[in-house]
Design a protein. Structure first.
Length: 236
């Protein structure tokens, strides 16, 4: 019963983060800013790439659930270029999260995070196979902020940490890039979803399919990650 309650609380918490992200991303003022950013990137490709790297990295470090900057880049640039841009920004953000977690957070704060039973559970799993379980942790149904700082505080070396981040990005980044390339103008408020649905409903569904697939995959991965540890605890 306790495990079910913990998972329910975790799911509701993540749902709250998703809801907050949707509210932020649907804010008309922020949509207008993101649309202006997209137009800047279109008119100034090189400076736009620098602007995207700066903003996207800052968003990753802050943990803010705001995807419009990445979706704007994916809409403006060719798909392979946008894929590299998003991967670079998210990797740089993860590196900075590692540095902040290891160098900036106080020892007391680190200890309190590591004592959390979920984090401690994952840390025990990492000892047997850091890259494998670290990658599962990156794919789990958790906010990006928790994934970046939580994994960085676990018993894992930097090389293993960044490998987990890159492997995790191999799933999420292509899905987000494809979503932005197909439906970025809708998310930016430059076109309505109704217009696209009337013109080509298959394009609307096809653009959302990879992201939806990842959304359903993540809870399954989390269940594998946590269920594995529960089985090992029963054996012990």
């Amino acid at each position: 019963m306790g495990r079910l309650k913990d998972k329910l609380i975790g799911f509701l918490g993540f749902g709250g983060v998703i809801g907050a992200g949707m509210m932020i991303s649907s804010n008309p003022a922020l949509q207008a800013k993101a649309a202006a950013c997209a137009l800047f990137m279109r008119n100034n490709p090189l400076l736009g790439a620098v602007l995207h790297a700066t903003l996207s990295t800052a968003i990753t470090v802050s943990g803010m659930p705001f995807a419009l900057v990445d979706l704007a880049a994916a809409w403006v640039y060719p798909l392979p270029v946008a894929l590299c841009m998003l991967l670079f920004a998210k990797t740089l953000g993860s590196i900075l999260c590692f540095v902040i977690a290891r160098k900036v957070l106080s020892q007391e704060r680190k200890a309190s995070i590591l004592e959390h039973k979920t984090v401690a559970r994952v840390d025990r799993l990492l000892a047997s196979s850091p890259v494998y379980y670290g990658t599962l942790f990156r794919l789990a149904f958790l906010p990006a902020f928790v994934k970046n700082y939580g994994l960085a505080l676990l018993n894992i070396r930097f090389g293993q940490y960044i490998t987990c981040c890159l492997l995790g990005s191999c799933f999420g980044v292509p899905a987000q890039t494809y979503l932005g390339s197909q439906l970025g103008d809708i998310y930016l408020g430059l076109r309505s979803a109704e217009d696209l649905a009337n013109q080509d409903p298959l394009l609307l569904l096809g653009g959302m399919a990879p992201a939806l697939a990842m959304l359903f995959l993540m809870p399954t991965v989390a269940k594998v990650l946590l269920g594995k540890d529960e089985d090992e605890q029963k054996k012990d």
